[in-house]
Each structure stands twice: as C-alpha cells, then as structure tokens.
Design a protein around this ligand. Sequence first.
Ligand code: CO8
Length: 257
Amino acid sequence: MPYTTILAEKRGQVGLITLNRPEAMNALNFTLTRELMDALAEFDRDDSVGAMVVTGNQKAFAAGADIKEMADKTVVEMHDRDPIANFGRIRTIRKPVIAAVSGWALGGGCEIAMSCDMIVASETAKFGQPEITIGVMPGAGGTQRLTRAVGKAIAMEMTLNNRTLTADEALRHGLVNRVVAAETYLDEALKLAQEIAARAPLAVRSVKKMVNQADERFLGDALEEEKKEFYNLFATEDQKEGMRAFAEKRKAEWKGK
Ligand code: CO8
C-alpha cells in the first residue's frame, strides 16, 4: 500500500525515509508512526539495502506526537490503542538507522531521533522534550534514552523545564554524532549510511546489536514504566487543559488534578 505521511525511496544501498506532514511540523500521528515503522521493517527485509536514513524537512525533523489527535483521548483509550507500541518497533530493526535532523526535533520527534543508531544534525537542529508544557511527560524514551545520552543534569532541565539544546550543545553533550551545514546535512547522513552499507552486512548487524545492548541492557523495563506513566496522565485535567491550550494557542492553567 502506498504511504500517505512519509516518502520512502532507495538511494544506492541506503533506504531513505522522509517524514512528510510539513503542514503540521511532521507531527507524529498514529498513521505516520505506523508507516515509518512499516517502511523501516520493509528496508530491513530488503537485501539490497544496508542502512537507513530517517529525515524530515529543513524546518522540522518532527515536532512531537500529534497533540491535536491525542488531546481528547482517555487513559483507557491510550492503554488500549497503545500508540507507543509502534515507536517500540524501531528496536527490532537489525540494520543501522541514521537520523538526519534539521530544525525541530521535539517530544516524540526527539525520541525517534534518539531511537536511531546515530544522529547527523544540521547546524539549525534543536532538540527538546517539551511535554511538560502541555501537562504530560515524555512517553517513548525521552526520560530514558535522553538521560543515558546527555546525563541527569541536562536531562532534568530539558524534561522539567523545557530547555532545548542547539545542535552544538547536542554535540557537546553527546546526543549527536556530528553537526554539519544546513545545506548538506542530508547528503552527509546519506554518505555515512552508504559507507556503512558497503561494509560486511552480518558483522554490521552484530555490531549494532551489541553496541545497543551496552546502552540498553535495562532499557526495556524502564521504557514500559515510562509508557504507563505517560498514558496514566491522560486521566488528569492538566493533560486535557495543556493539550487543548496548545491547539487553541493560549497559555495553559494548571490545577494539579
Ligand atoms: N501536534 C500537532 N500539531 C502541531 C504540532 C504537534 N506536536 N506541532 C506543530 N503543530 C502544528 C501547529 O498547531 C500549527 O498548525 P496550524 O497551522 O493549524 O495552527 C503548525 O503545526 C505550525 O506550527 P506553529 O504555528 O506552532 O509553528 P511555530 O514555528 O510557531 O512553532 C514549534 C514551532 C515550536 C515546533 C511549535 O509548533 C510547538 O511547540 N509544537 C509542539 C511541540 C510539543 O509540545 N511537542 C511534544 C508533543 S507530546 C509528545 O511528543 C509525546 C510523545 C509521547 C510518545 C508518543 C505517543 C503517541
């Protein structure tokens, strides 16, 4: 079936996936997240592909989960539909995946980038976990992969007080591999992916698996816990207020209920 929210193409031995909802800053609605994971899985099965690149556009890699789609969901609907299960599928991809990030990588967007194996950032990239500003918290690795990457001090500031990192700060704190000019970030990511794709495929898969294990040995349980905390916040008035306030372009009023 053709995709409606992403573009998928082959460039040499590299599978390139472009998130394609520019009118909504590539907000990750349910369809986009499923299509992204389907496309990654398809490239993973394709013997002519050795690595993948996931990118957005100049303005936004992705500005997070689709707040308007989620705003009125109940806690039962979130647990039942389990949209984060789709995010989790990225952990099953065997070939290396590189995120090519320009502009905003926020919330679920930052979480997708961090779930990739490497990040090539444009000098315009900005990374953040702003969920606290809409009455919730990161739900797909933002409290876990971020803390492992940048350390507790910076992770606390980003998740509790909406600090965003510039590309240079992200490089300094170990979140990204390299920062390159805005005009070349996609080419640089494709070049890196092509170099890796040309290497011995089985050894590449084993390396990816084991480097991730060093980082992720205890990640699975923590991600489950984080997901539940996130879904449970959909029982609060502050979640409804925060997400509605975003859609209505006004300041939220918190009640602590
Ligand atoms: N969801 C839905 N729509 C969005 C989102 C989003 N996350 N981000 C931007 N948009 C829409 C805007 O509403 C706007 O639409 P419209 O033209 O109809 O008004 C359009 O995209 C353009 O956006 P802006 O006008 O706001 O553009 P600006 O340049 O002024 O601002 C920002 C850009 C800073 C990126 C701003 O749009 C913003 O703050 N976005 C929201 C960021 C955010 O809070 N992200 C976290 C979302 S929650 C989350 O990701 C939790 C993940 C948990 C796992 C996933 C579970 C499903």
